[in-house]
Design a protein around this ligand. Structure first.
Ligand code: GRF
Length: 216
């Protein structure tokens, strides 16, 4: 069953280049007819990502987490998502781990983009972890969010070769370009109802089946 329109909220903490990739994809029609970016929520009041949202005419909401208990902050974010009738949430450089209660309480799928080929190098500074480990290939992952740290079912990945003369900055820039490529594609697949999940395995269906579902 094809989707009703998915109302997508993007959660951010910083510069917002992945947010921009989603905005640009929407502008060129690459998110398909089923998705609309309706709100950008930042836990950092002066995050540059909020300005990107304003420039794109998307509601930009600061929900500062500083000084708040995690539970109180998450309650505010959930209220904001509900206020904007968000049905899909995309984490895009959102530097907080969501609790199991948050993941259960949000009614739709939650996606995250991570700068490594998961399950390698979860958590912070994934590009530096990969470079320091000496891997020859790293990359980017978009996955569904569960209560673990970067552990949810993988939707898309893109590999990036590590060059002998790379430093962390050069490697990170190529990984970021891979993130910008796969995040809009993964969101488009989710909102068009073409992702099925069986256990940890996801696959792309030729026909839409699962639009708007939280579990697949
Ligand atoms: C990205 O590398 C993302 O994978 C990670 O944090 C970074 C955020 O960058 N979680 P931006 O704010 O999207 O530019």
């Amino acid at each position: 069953m094809p989707a009703a329109e998915a109302r997508v909220a993007v959660l951010v903490s910083g510069r917002g280049s992945n947010l921009q990739a989603l905005i640009d994809a929407q502008d060129r029609g690459a998110l398909g007819p089923h998705a609309r970016l309706v709100a950008v929520i930042s836990n950092v009041a002066d995050a540059p990502a909020l300005e990107r949202a304003r420039c794109a005419g998307i509601a930009a909401v600061a929900c500062p987490s500083r000084g708040l208990a995690a539970r109180a902050h998450e309650a505010q974010v959930l209220a904001c998502l509900a206020e904007h009738h968000a049905s899909v949430a995309c984490l895009a450089g959102y530097m907080r781990r969501l609790s199991a209660e948050f993941v259960d309480a949000f009614p739709g799928p939650i996606l995250n983009v991570h700068p490594s080929l998961l399950p390698a190098f979860p958590g912070l500074h994934a590009q530096r972890q990969a470079w320091a480990h000496g891997v020859k290939v790293s990359g980017a992952t978009v996955h569904l969010v569960d209560a673990g740290l970067d552990t949810g079912p993988i939707i898309l990945q893109k590999a990036v070769e590590v060059h002998d003369d790379d430093d962390v900055e050069r490697l990170s820039a190529r990984i970021l370009a891979a993130e910008h490529d796969i995040y809009p594609r993964a969101l488009s697949l989710i909102v068009s109802g073409r992702i099925s999940v069986t256990g940890r395995r996801t696959c792309v269906d030729p026909e839409p089946r699962n639009a708007g579902q939280k579990t697949f």
